[in-house]
Design a binder for this molecule. Structure first.
Ligand SMILES: [Zn+2]
Length: 334
């Protein structure tokens, strides 16, 4: 568990007795960017062991709460207000979603359309049309299988399930073929799973979402862990996905790091912005935080420990105050 998650667990009971207005006065920035993946009332096996996602009701509650205190921005307004000085009564939110799960089309987009809220969906071109399963989704499926069939499979394996589970969760992007080996051992057919349950958006759905006014942007070609790649591979992976966006007339002025931009260097940012004159902003997911690379904006991850949007924002604001006291509120890159 990260330091921040531990902090939230301790602070969450304490923040309950203070009003949101009190926290809002301490909001360090007037323009927040939030990131979700999906909302569903079903058991989403390929995600369940990666992060806690919202039920549809919880997600709607989040939006209703946020609407009271913030203005939701569309992409053009967001870009405009980032570059020009605009005074607003309420602070703003840019809503973003990562990974291109089909729940965005089936569940989330209809809710957002009904409420008149814009969002950007950051996708990995490799997985559009369900051509392959993203490696972390494989991890979740394998862990789910181990949890469900602990006893029956136990004898077949030379590892203990708990030990195997830990190993599966720590498989790196480069070693992802190990996941296919474990799948064989557990008799799981990833292609069959994907065929029976298409889990990502299709080309047709992505086009439809674009026509409905949503932003479609880049999340890397195949969702690598950037700090496990060489600089050359980081640039290659990003460029490939930006080219896809340009060719398909989606947004090629933005890019959101898969997982995290932790340890990504200034050299990466200099190169990618130089190579792509259209690129305006890149996005991390470190929560309320400044970044020494001013065009890399940090988003607030909304799927932590099942806290509501209200609780998460209160915790984030409090956490920022503490980071600021220790001068740790800015990411400094080498
Ligand atoms: Zn992602």
């Amino acid at each position: 568990m990260s330091t921040k998650s531990k902090f939230f667990r301790l602070s969450n009971p304490i923040i309950q007795s203070f009003s949101f207005e009190k926290f809002l006065q301490k909001l360090p920035f007037r323009d927040l960017i939030l990131v979700y993946h999906l909302a569903s009332d079903e058991e989403v096996k390929h995600v369940k062991h990666l992060f806690p996602y919202r039920s549809v009701k919880q997600f709607e509650n989040d939006l209703d709460f946020l609407s009271q205190y913030f203005d939701f921005l569309d992409w053009e307004t967001f870009i405009k207000e980032k570059t020009e000085k605009v005074s607003r009564k309420k602070p703003t939110i840019l809503l973003t979603f990562d990974d291109g799960y089909c729940e965005f089309y089936d569940i989330i987009a209809p809710i957002l359309k009904r409420k008149g809220i814009f969002a950007v969906q950051f996708i990995n071109p490799k997985f559009i049309d369900n051509q392959d399963l993203m490696w972390r989704n494989k991890v979740s499926l394998l862990v789910k299988e181990l949890v469900d069939h602990k006893r029956s499979k136990d004898k077949m394996l030379k590892y203990k399930p708990a030990e195997l589970q830990k190993n599966i969760l720590s498989v790196s992007f480069q070693n992802q073929n190990q996941l296919d080996e474990v799948a064989q051992l557990l008799e799981i057919d990833f292609n069959d799973y994907l065929k029976k349950n298409p889990i990502y958006l299709t080309t047709e759905q992505v086009r439809q979402l674009k026509n409905d006014g949503f932003g479609i942007s880049s999340h890397g070609w195949d969702h690598p862990f950037y700090n496990q790649l060489s600089l050359a591979d980081q640039l290659k992976n990003t460029q490939k996905s930006l080219n896809f966006m340009k060719e398909n007339q989606f947004l090629n002025d933005s890019f959101a790091f898969p997982f995290t931009d932790h340890l990504v260097t200034n050299e990466f940012f200099d190169s990618i912005f130089n190579q792509n004159p259209d690129l305006k902003f890149t996005f991390g997911a470190a929560g309320l935080k400044l970044d020494n690379y001013a065009r890399n904006l940090q988003r607030i991850p909304m799927e932590i420990g099942n806290y509501s949007a209200k609780e998460l924002l209160k915790n984030e604001i409090l956490y920022y105050q503490i980071l600021q006291k220790f001068k740790k509120n800015k990411i400094i890159r080498s």
